[in-house]
Design a protein around this ligand. Structure first.
Ligand code: ACM
Length: 265
């Protein structure tokens, strides 16, 4: 199957414009799976809950209805970051939308970064995978700063992920050291969809670094975007290949794990 990451510049508080762009990218794309950045529908740098109150929506709100329809029509899996409201709480979430809507689900970002802590609640979904039979794919999702915690990708991989997708708004470059390791030490494909552009609030500027990337299960780069352009990158993957965790005749990186010794002393 063909997977892709859309790297673009969401405009803060301009949901209509962002959605128009997202829809155009979906219609133009030729891949079976498309990953958009974190908070792709709203922009990133929220500072107050009442700002979020104007733009957050339930998982199965208007945006989801629009994207679900496209997913079904075009037979594509679509993952996009959005600001979610549920029971008066706000979450930094990713909608995971499958052509057959009974598989569609929401992931809520577990590890909140920087001033996200002022406005969002920590996610309560945990790290789950979804098996989609039409593409014979087991898909896991994490969001951006979750990369800092090897436990996130590990849990997804132990839950059987063939592919981990990571909608992101990354403001450093150090993740380029860690992300390939997450692919390698779990023997999974990994797609990072990062945004570009900057956002300024109260004299503080956040610059987003692009360089969206698709790794194979050895951490090799299959495709890489530039730091600042809007683009789609894509790669062919074979989800089945990620499932064999053997690295030679005598070693299997999952069955060799010795959990007897993984504890605090
Ligand atoms: C991040 O979690 N947006 C860096």
């Amino acid at each position: 199957m063909k997977v892709s990451a859309v790297q673009f510049h969401p405009i803060l508080f301009d949901k209509d414009k962002n959605l128009e762009k997202i829809v155009n990218f979906i219609k133009e794309s030729k891949e079976d799976l498309i990953v958009f950045p974190e908070l792709a529908t709203t922009g990133y740098f929220f500072l107050k809950k009442d700002e979020l109150g104007r733009f957050a929506e339930p998982f199965e709100g208007d945006t989801y209805n629009l994207i679900q329809k496209l997913s079904t029509q075009l037979n594509k899996i679509i993952v996009y970051g959005f600001a979610e409201v549920k029971n008066d709480k706000f979450y930094n979430s990713a909608a995971i939308v499958f052509p057959d809507k009974k598989y569609s689900k929401v992931y809520r970002k577990t590890h909140l970064f920087y001033k996200e802590k002022f406005v969002f609640s920590p996610g309560d979904t945990g790290f789950f995978t979804i098996y989609y039979p039409d593409f014979d794919l087991k898909l896991g999702t994490m969001i951006c700063y979750d990369w800092r915690f090897p436990e996130a990708a590990r849990t997804l991989a132990l839950n059987g992920a063939d592919l981990i997708v990571s909608p992101s708004n990354l403001v450093t470059r150090i993740w380029h050291h860690a992300m390939p390791a997450r692919a390698l030490d779990n023997h999974v494909y990994l797609v990072v969809a990062n945004r570009v552009g900057s956002e300024e609030r109260r004299d503080e500027i956040l610059l987003f670094n692009g360089m969206s990337v698709i790794f194979d299960y050895n951490g090799e780069v299959l495709n890489l975007a530039t730091p600042s352009e809007e683009t789609i990158i894509s790669a062919e993957i074979n989800p089945k290949e990620s499932r064999d965790k053997a690295i030679n005749a005598f070693n299997d990186i999952f069955s060799d794990r010795n959990t007897n010794y993984y504890f605090l002393s």
